[in-house]
Write a protein that binds this ligand. Structure first.
Ligand SMILES: C[S@@+](CC[C@H](N)C(=O)[O-])C[C@H]1O[C@@H](n2cnc3c(N)ncnc32)[C@H](O)[C@@H]1O
Length: 184
């Protein structure tokens, strides 16, 4: 199995390559993982690098969210699993080690000390301004390296608004935005 065999939304491989190259060790946290397409890619890259990087994957894996996008099971085995079960089974099949944390991201932030995260990736709900702003406000103090997110695109003006209100001097590439917190 490869990450592209997992259904989901992920097309920023080169950005994740850059992040794995940038840090020699540390803590990476991904908010919004669904069935693990992006997490599987990042986990594989970390493993291949041989670096001492821990990857925490946080999602509430709520069925409510899945029904919005239509969770279809592709095999009878998947049908027996919850969404988080499918995520974990996919990580096992890829042979990558991640910490799957099933929580609302607004609660999970309490698990982290200030300036403890080297790289934080946000991939939640691009059409939800208040969630995006709240998540940036809650999580930014926890990051000592790079904070980033997906969907910085014209079709998601309120996501861009939330990011622009929060940071001056972001970089963007192919819909990914990122900000170096240690340069502020
Ligand atoms: C676009 S999907 C993530 C896609 C994934 N990165 C991939 O590669 O396919 C967004 C995810 O955010 C999660 N999510 C949305 N709001 C959340 C919240 N408040 N707390 C935790 N997870 C949330 C959803 O359950 C969903 O899995």
């Amino acid at each position: 199995m490869k990450h592209i065999d997992i259904r989901g939304w992920f097309n920023h491989e080169s950005f994740y390559d850059m992040m794995v190259g940038r840090f020699s060790s540390g803590l990476f946290v991904e908010l919004g993982c669904w069935l693990g397409r992006s997490s599987g890619y990042l986990g594989t890259k970390i493993k291949e690098s041989g670096k001492d990087i821990v990857l925490d994957c946080i999602d509430d894996w709520s069925l409510k969210f899945y029904s919005k996008f239509g969770l279809e099971y592709s095999t009878p085995d998947e049908e027996k699993l919850s969404p988080v079960g499918i995520f974990k089974s996919n990580m096992d099949e890829l042979g990558v080690k991640v910490n799957a944390i099933q929580m609302d991201v607004r609660e999970a932030v309490k698990l982290y000390k200030d300036k403890s995260i080297d790289f934080l990736m946000i991939d939640l709900a691009p059409d939800d301004y208040s969630l995006t702003k709240e998540v940036i406000d809650l999580w930014t103090p926890k990051v000592r390296g790079v904070i980033a997110g997906k969907d910085y695109l014209e079709k998601f003006p309120t996501l861009r608004q939330a990011v622009d209100e929060s940071f001056k001097g972001i970089k963007t590439e192919k819909g990914v935005w990122w900000f170096e917190t240690n340069k502020s």
